[in-house]
Design a binder for this molecule. Structure first.
Ligand SMILES: *[C@@H]1O[C@H](CO)[C@@H](O)[C@H](O)[C@H]1NC(C)=O
Ligand SMILES: *[C@@H]1O[C@H](CO)[C@@H](O)[C@H](O)[C@H]1NC(C)=O
Ligand SMILES: *[C@@H]1O[C@H](CO)[C@@H](O)[C@H](O)[C@H]1NC(C)=O
Ligand SMILES: *[C@@H]1O[C@H](CO)[C@@H](O)[C@H](O)[C@H]1NC(C)=O
Length: 423
């Protein structure tokens, strides 16, 4: 009760407070940018240009191919959707050739499938792709989005400087709030400021944004994934406390199902994004994605790790010989564990660790392998666990505290590890 009062007070006292009730777990869906970029030539590329057809196709696939059922709810438009000028009343509108029915009709279509529609703008004179920016039009644009039925806004930062961003991101947060329509607010702001204090104030971000891009744009590249994970680990003492229900660090889109990643690398990105409590936005072509990638992206056990209601971001605990071991606290005393290999020496590597090395309290745990779902048996937190991890691959597990009346282990071993204290 005390805690609730303190939070309420902090919200009332501050000028802004991200209290819009959405994105309590990391949002999941599909986002156009990484895969479809700014393709606007629909004559040459009718299937891949940024058009209402593309987003309707993706909504159809999310609805029909099991994506919605496992939690992928957002269909998100990125840059290059607009007409090059505002209309006579100063409002944005979709490019009339590529969005002939307008964004409102697209939102209705997406909502009709039980899904949500996200859109893109930029706090600057122009978007990164050269379309009209929101600077000086914050309220008009927020109201336009609300009237269309938009559910999420990605707000980019091209064509504006640091001091105007410091004004613009809170201003848009306030404008969105004033519409009365809850919209997930994704801020690219910290990515433009190097992602770290003192330039970035994570307390403020948590009050005005639901998620934020901390780091560079992901490309279709395994090296990028390794680089992003390394940055997240190096700065985990800053990033982990910044995350929580309604406010997430965003390492950018999932590229699983695109051109570059192997099956092992795909499991590695997906598993690590779950450990990082990252938003899960696929940027791929759901119309012709291969079944092995669908299976990875629809793995319910890994999704449950991502969507854990406590919303605590995971940490790296061990890093040696290009094998990193991470853990993430989950509800009910559970932990997710990931062993990530960036080795390239061609053969699975035998990695041994104990749960007690990963910040996991002493006790007995049931271990479940998540790729594929398979019991690994019971372990005490001090036991050595050995896993074979593929080159550029991952072994992902969930540890569940063992609770039973009759001890299954040798009683002396239990006493030795003071297990009874935790039961
Ligand atoms: C606007 O902010 C207030 C105060 O934090 C909050 O109670 C309300 O839910 C917010 N509304 C929307 C639509 O975000
Ligand atoms: C930043 O941009 C704003 C608005 O465009 C402008 O008024 C201001 O002078 C700029 N500041 C700097 C330091 O360039
Ligand atoms: C960061 O933002 C919070 C909330 O807006 C504010 O109270 C605090 O003073 C800021 N910290 C710094 C170092 O500017
Ligand atoms: C992995 O190493 C551990 C500890 O050295 C050993 O007990 C285990 O048998 C090894 N596993 C395999 C599959 O070689």
């Amino acid at each position: 009760m005390k805690l609730i009062i303190v939070i309420l007070f902090a919200c009332l006292a501050g000028a802004n407070c991200m209290n819009n009730g959405v994105a309590r777990t990391p949002p999941m869906g599909w986002l156009a940018w990484e895969r479809f970029r700014c393709i606007t030539d629909c004559h040459s590329f009718p299937e891949s240009c940024i058009s209402e057809k593309l987003f309707m196709d993706m909504a159809d696939r999310l609805d029909k191919d099991g994506w919605k059922d496992v939690g992928y709810m957002y269909v998100n438009i990125d840059d290059c959707w607009m007409a090059k000028e505002r209309d006579a009343t100063g409002r944005l509108y979709g490019d009339p050739e590529r969005f002939p029915n307008g964004i409102k009709a697209l939102a209705d279509y997406v909502h009709g499938k039980g899904l949500k529609l996200g859109i893109y703008e930029d706090y600057g004179k122009l978007t990164c792709g050269g379309y009209p920016g929101s600077q000086g039009h914050e309220e008009t644009d927020a109201n336009t989005f609300a009237e269309w039925g938009i559910d999420m806004l990605k707000f980019d930062g091209c064509y504006s400087n640091d001091s105007s961003k410091a004004v613009g991101y809170p201003l848009m947060s306030e404008a969105l709030n004033k519409t009365g329509r809850p919209m997930v607010y994704s801020c690219s702001w910290p990515a433009y400021e190097g992602g770290l204090p003192p330039k970035v104030n994570y307390t403020e971000l948590g009050e005005i944004c639901n998620l934020w891009r901390n780091y560079g744009d992901i490309q279709d590249s395994w090296d990028d994934i390794v680089n992003i994970i390394e940055w997240w680990a190096t700065n985990q003492n800053v990033l982990v406390p910044a995350a929580g229900p309604g406010k997430w660090n965003d390492p950018d889109m999932l590229i699983v199902g695109d051109y570059s990643l192997s099956v092992d690398q795909s499991m590695a990105q997906f598993g690590m994004w779950a450990i990082l409590a990252a938003p899960l936005f696929m940027s791929n072509d759901l119309r012709d994605i291969k079944p092995e990638f669908v299976q990875i992206l629809q793995n319910k056990e890994v999704i449950a790790v991502s969507q854990d209601p406590m919303g605590i971001q995971g940490k790296r605990w061990l890093n040696k010989d290009k094998i990193q071991t991470w853990s993430r606290p989950l509800q009910n005393g559970q932990y997710a564990v990931a062993v990530l290999s960036t080795r390239t020496d061609g053969t699975p590597y035998n990695h041994s660790f104990s749960l007690s090395q990963l910040g996991i309290p002493s006790g007995a745990y049931d271990l479940l392998d998540l790729f594929p779902k398979k019991s690994m048996g019971k372990f005490l937190s001090k036991d050595q666990i050995s896993v074979m991890v593929n080159p550029n691959g991952i072994v992902m597990m969930r540890a569940t505290p063992v609770k039973f009346a009759v001890p299954l282990f040798d009683i002396e071993e239990w006493e030795e590890y003071e297990i009874f204290d935790t039961l």
